[in-house]
Design a protein around this ligand. Structure first.
Ligand SMILES: *[C@@H]1O[C@H](CO)[C@@H](O)[C@H](O)[C@H]1NC(C)=O
Ligand SMILES: *[C@@H]1O[C@H](CO)[C@@H](O)[C@H](O)[C@H]1NC(C)=O
Ligand SMILES: *[C@@H]1O[C@H](CO)[C@@H](O)[C@H](O)[C@H]1NC(C)=O
Ligand SMILES: *[C@@H]1O[C@H](CO)[C@@H](O)[C@H](O)[C@H]1NC(C)=O
Ligand SMILES: [Cu+2]
Length: 154
């Protein structure tokens, strides 16, 4: 499969993000409890076009089993783009933003208010999140990858 330079860079970032699991969290740091966390995707940026979610995911990972990812986005109006949330089936579809066989987990209105909550239940399974609207995934960097791990790897 032919990779572009951008796709190659993304792959390097993904590998770096999984390796960060072993280096980013010093053992014995008392700040790290076992209570699942509620994490707003993008922080105060919420879920929007053009924010760098791949980097956000690296900087805020690793993510743990039972942590909740919260996607916040306004319902579509005349002035705002709609957004939604899909899970892409594999790394290749993620790199190409190919929504064939993707699973829509939140529609255009579910990000309103407290946001759409996705609980990370499946250990060691890569989750490829992306927005399925227009070019939001490919050109708007509305995509990221998480690999939920168990707390005792902390
Ligand atoms: C995750 O939450 C479920 C339901 O509350 C619980 O049964 C399970 O033990 C939790 N898993 C971990 C790894 O904490
Ligand atoms: C949005 O667009 C519709 C149709 O173009 C219009 O009727 C409505 O007044 C607009 N709403 C706002 C808040 O601008
Ligand atoms: C989005 O999903 C919610 C919850 O399933 C549903 O109530 C709502 O009608 C849906 N909205 C659209 C625009 O499909
Ligand atoms: C993304 O942007 C590039 C360059 O502006 C453009 O050529 C391409 O068609 C866009 N991709 C999509 C899926 O719209
Ligand atoms: Cu979007």
């Amino acid at each position: 499969m032919g990779f572009t330079i951008a796709q190659g860079l993304l792959l390097v970032l993904l590998i770096a993000s999984t390796m960060a699991v072993s280096t980013a969290r010093p053992i014995g740091n008392s700040k790290h409890t076992k209570t699942p966390k509620r994490i707003i995707v993008g922080g105060t940026n919420n879920w929007k076009y053009g924010f760098d979610y791949p980097t956000w995911a690296i900087e805020h990972g690793p993510f743990y089993i039972n942590d909740t990812l919260v996607f916040k986005y306004d319902p579509p109006t005349n002035k705002t783009f709609p957004h939604n949330v899909y899970l892409l089936p594999n790394l290749d579809s993620f790199l190409r933003c190919d929504f064939t066989n993707a699973q829509k987990v939140a529609n255009e209105t579910q990000g309103a208010g407290e946001g759409f909550e996705f609980v990370l239940k499946k250990p060691w399974q890569p989750h490829y999140f992306a927005c399925g609207v227009g070019a939001h995934c490919f050109n708007g960097t509305m995509r990221f990858f998480v690999l939920p791990i168990y707390h005792w790897f902390r």
